[in-house]
Design a protein around this ligand. Structure first.
Ligand SMILES: Cc1cc2nc3c(=O)[nH]c(=O)nc-3n(C[C@H](O)[C@H](O)[C@H](O)COP(=O)(O)OP(=O)(O)OC[C@H]3O[C@@H](n4cnc5c(N)ncnc54)[C@H](O)[C@@H]3O)c2cc1C
Length: 385
């Protein structure tokens, strides 16, 4: 009998497992893939995400980002640039990053079974039973860290259908000269797809190129992706393309049941403005571990506190991000114009990614800049083009 079974060895699960094991809990992590495994992800660990991590992950950082170039899709206009002395994000390959976090959990005392898929969960008055492709395990609690398509939420009636955007990417080989051009720099292109953006993120030997749309309604993004890669003179094969849902946060939903907690993508905690999910995966993993430790200490396995904590610490911010996202992607050209003409807007937007600003700051600024008189003044002095 374990104190907790963690389903999934992504950032949310491994961080929860480390925290539990460090506190002396008996933890089993079940991961369906053999590790290390590929995960479709641009691998940007934002400054905000890094602030939640206590593990030193410098050994797996492929590039450190100090400059963002922001452009408008299919236009030759010079991009707008934001540069920062403080890192904006650290770029990793998720296979190596997640393996490092898994090893950290194992060093703390967690047991990991990889290549073992969870098939069924049953919650009983005495505890939880987890059935896998290999065996059946018992625990006092279970943490569903099994990502956007996970079985834990589905089997416990916590899954929220049609709440996901989607993102896809390729890992594109480029010449050393091209790679050198991208060093310390990412490119973000707004305007296509609708309700999203495309990106180029450099790694140590190739670039990750992708696109995401953060609305459950807009899914046909392959055409936009082709236009983007054509503009970069990058060729790819259909089989290189890896796609995955982005479960958008900021909604009314339940995150727990007695003895069971959802974290990260399984809990639908991706940012509806940027699609970023690692920061909230790590943060929720830590909060879930705290709730399990409290339950083990008190014998109260209702997990009632977890709903309120996730709402307060994460989802309330994501509600604001959702509001910002709706406005931003309804008027992407207006926002691009603001990025070009208003240094504060550009800076604050990326300071949000760095974790130096919160959504409220940016939302207040947006409201100020989009007030009718401010818009009129701006339009008269700098017409949109
Ligand atoms: C194309 C793309 C690009 C992205 N880029 C970024 C980015 O640059 N920065 C960022 O912050 N976020 C990014 N995201 C989002 C980010 O990848 C996720 O938010 C993050 O991986 C969530 O972590 P997690 O631990 O909750 O879930 P995951 O990382 O998805 O981990 C879940 C784990 O559970 C395992 N699992 C699933 N089912 C079972 C089962 N039945 N039994 C056992 N194990 C199971 C999976 O194999 C997986 O290892 C991107 C997403 C996509 C699709």
């Amino acid at each position: 009998m374990y104190d907790s079974i963690v389903v999934g060895a992504g950032p949310a699960g491994t961080i929860a497992a480390s925290k539990l094991a460090n506190a002396g809990a008996r933890v089993l992590v079940l991961e369906r893939h053999a590790l290390p495994r590929y995960k479709a992800c641009a691998g940007a660990v934002s400054g905000r995400a890094a602030s939640f991590l206590t593990t030193d992950f410098s050994s797996v950082v492929e590039d450190t980002i100090h400059r963002v170039k922001v452009c408008w899709a299919n236009s030759n206009a010079a991009p707008v640039e934001y540069t920062s002395k403080m890192p904006i994000a650290y770029l990793v390959m998720r296979s190596r990053f997640d393996e490092l976090l898994t090893n950290t959990a194992v060093c703390a005392g967690a047991t990991i079974h990889d290549g073992e898929r969870v098939q069924a969960i049953s919650i009983e008055p005495w505890g939880v039973q987890v059935q896998t492709t290999h065996s059946t395990y018992k625990a006092a609690t279970v943490i569903g860290a099994d990502g956007a398509t996970g079985v834990v939420a589905r089997q416990t009636d916590l899954y929220v259908p049609q709440s996901s955007g989607v993102a896809l990417e390729i890992e594109a080989p480029v010449s050393p000269q091209q790679l050198a051009k991208w060093q310390n720099t990412v490119l973000i292109s707004y305007g296509a797809p609708r309700h999203g953006y495309a990106w180029v993120f450099p790694k140590s030997e190739h670039v990750s190129i992708g696109t995401g749309t953060f609305s459950p309604r807009h899914r046909d993004i392959v055409k936009d992706f082709s236009a983007f890669t054509d503009s970069l003179e990058i060729t790819w094969q259909r089989q290189d393309l890896k796609a995955h849902p982005i479960p958008l946060g900021g909604r009314d939903r339940e995150f727990c049941r007695p003895r069971l907690l959802l974290v990260g993508d399984a809990a639908g905690l991706a940012d509806p403005l940027s699609g970023e999910g690692i920061a909230h995966a790590v943060h929720s993993g830590k909060l879930a571990a705290d709730s399990v430790l409290a339950a083990l200490a008190t014998g109260d396995f209702s997990m009632d506190n977890y709903q309120a904590i996730i709402e307060k610490e994460i989802n309330s911010d994501l509600r604001m991000a959702k509001q910002l996202s709706s406005t931003f992607y309804a008027l992407p050209k207006v926002f691009f114009h603001l990025f070009k003409t208003n240094q504060q807007m550009l800076r604050w937007y990326f300071e949000l990614v760095q974790g130096h600003r919160n959504y409220q700051d940016v939302w207040d600024l947006v409201k100020r800049l989009l007030a009718p008189q401010a818009l009129l003044n701006r339009h008269q002095s700098e017409p949109l083009n």
